[in-house]
Design a protein around this ligand. Structure first.
Ligand code: SAM
Length: 210
């Protein structure tokens, strides 16, 4: 990112080894996250919103922001007519900032990668911006999102290239072959923060749950 401080916060979360470490690092970053990401030109939430609105009609049903962070997407989803919007995140500090913004019907402190306390097919749409990335959530986070997405529902993810090439793409291929999902759209690879140099690109992926 543009400044050393930004690079430090993001570098630390990317290098984190355990979920508790990730949560603690984001707790410490929560109050300055929005301003720093804006300076870096952070793109994932905008790309995710654009993708969701191409594939899921407003009013289709509940939407989950998985890894909601400070709630950048919550208010935008509401403005675009999605309701109710729920959010989950592993970091209480990030959730506290999201709660102050008031864009969510419910916020949950939960970790992706393990079981989630939602009924099968609970959500018409699931969005996860900037979460399937280094040091955060890997392909193991996908199964529960598939379970809690309604049949015909839409899952929008950003996936960092390192993950994509180390098992994510082949997992998607098997899910498509099994008839669990259809691949609705995939963006060109793009850099999530143009203010950073030498970063690994990500892609936006849209899956329709069958
Ligand atoms: C780069 S931020 C993205 C936040 C928000 N989606 C956005 O685009 O601004 C990554 C978020 O993922 C959360 N996170 C990391 N690992 C997680 C996990 N295992 N379960 C849930 N949230 C996690 C972090 O706490 C952080 O809020």
């Amino acid at each position: 990112m543009a400044s050393g401080k930004h690079e430090g916060a993001l570098g630390a979360v990317y290098d984190a080894k355990r979920p508790e470490e990730v949560a603690a690092l984001y707790d410490g970053w929560a109050e300055t996250y929005d301003a720093e990401m804006a300076v870096a030109g952070y793109r994932h939430p905008s790309i995710c919103l654009a993708l969701l609105s191409r594939h899921l009609a407003p009013g289709a049903g509940p939407v989950l922001d998985a890894g909601a962070g400070t709630g950048v997407l919550g208010a935008w989803l509401g403005i675009m007519g999605y309701s109710p919007v729920e959010g989950l995140d592993i970091s209480p500090g990030m959730l506290a900032v999201a709660a102050r913004k008031g864009g969510y019907a419910r916020l949950h402190r939960l970790a992706l990668g393990g079981p989630l306390p939602f009924e099968d097919g609970s959500f018409a749409g699931i969005v996860s911006a900037g979460v399937f990335t280094s040091g955060h959530v890997g392909v193991e986070g996908l199964d529960e999102l598939l379970r809690i997405c309604a049949s015909g529902g839409i899952i929008v993810l950003t996936v960092k290239d390192t993950l994509w090439k180390s098992g994510f793409a082949s997992r998607i291929d098997s899910l498509v072959a099994q008839g669990t999902v259809a691949r609705a759209e995939e963006t060109q690879p793009y850099v999530s923060m143009p203010g950073e140099t030498g970063t690994v690109p990500s892609r936006g992926l849209v899956l329709r749950r069958l």
